[in-house]
Design a protein around this ligand. Sequence first.
Ligand code: CA
Length: 383
Amino acid sequence: MHTSLPALALVFFLPATIGCSDDSPSSGAGASAGVGASAGVGGDNASSTNSSSGGMTSSGSGGSGAATTSSGAGGTPVIPGDVLFFDDFEYVADRFPASGDAFVTEGGWNGFKDMRTSQNAGGYLYTVDAFPGFSGAFPGAGSSRVLAVESRVGTEAPQPEPGWSQTDFYLQYGDEGGGAIGDVPPNLWIQFWMYQNDFGEQASQYSRSDKWIYPTRNFFPATEGNLDWLFLLGSASLEPSNVELGSGPDRFAKLIGSGADFTAASEYPTNASKLGPNLDTGNFLARNVWTLVKIHVDTSSEQGAYEVWLRAAGGQSIKVSEWLGGVTPSFSWPIPAEHRAGHKMFRIPTTMNMTNNAGGGDSWTYLDDFALATSEAALPQYP
Ligand SMILES: [Ca+2]
């Protein structure tokens, strides 16, 4: 199914504020992340590995065979000692009061914002040992708990404008005050297991584009010049295929690259920086399956690069996106010399949207084993 992007949606994409979702019906970076109180004070340095992960060389302690069962193969996951950051979510952060600080003290995040800390968050972050519709073993290393990302954009989020609701909830990696550019390295590997629920009362309705990993060099909301990229998930694939899945529980991974120039874009230059799956649109983040998402973004040299692999639990890793500046046909991504040092911090997920044009609604997304690394070899490996 290949359809064109609705013209209206394109109007709403403003190159001057790539921090703004391409579906947000406003120039407003205004309602996006940043005004909220960062709950993170003290706690672990975000660049340290999770102290609760019980050994960074291997997860073999999980005698339940959780990982082996869900991956359909023998062996145990390997967590390299030089992983930059790793949160397995093996700690209790309840949906309701008081235990959210565990994201900082146990998870190693710098801070968080959700309905505990701000009534305008429009979403909840917590950990669970089970959730509706799923009865198997979690895919993470020795995993008994996962992160729940519950967006209430359909029912509890603020409306910046009539017909447009937007969340502002997140975990934050890196320190707004004491952090330094490069704490989020410019050559970055990101990996996590993700499950998009579609079951009973947890029938997720994602929009065409939601922010998912939102970095900045200084503070939020980040504007042009303060971020090199913005990683999105949504039911619209963007370039080059512009496939539309429709509002619902399935999504594509995609990136807005600041300065990225895909000259063969369906609408050029409007869509020049909207980098979707260009190798395989048949494999996306489908509902009700744990999928390992591996992302590589490199803005450390003259030309930027962005790659994505997806691996459904029990399946093979499939590369779906490969955008290599100066190598991929019709594509360049020049990185200014002063922008090759990375970012200071990022937030996940920040703004999830619901609009008349983009769809969306409440959703329940689960994550396990969130990892950052400066090389592919330093990422956790699963049998
Ligand atoms: Ca876990």
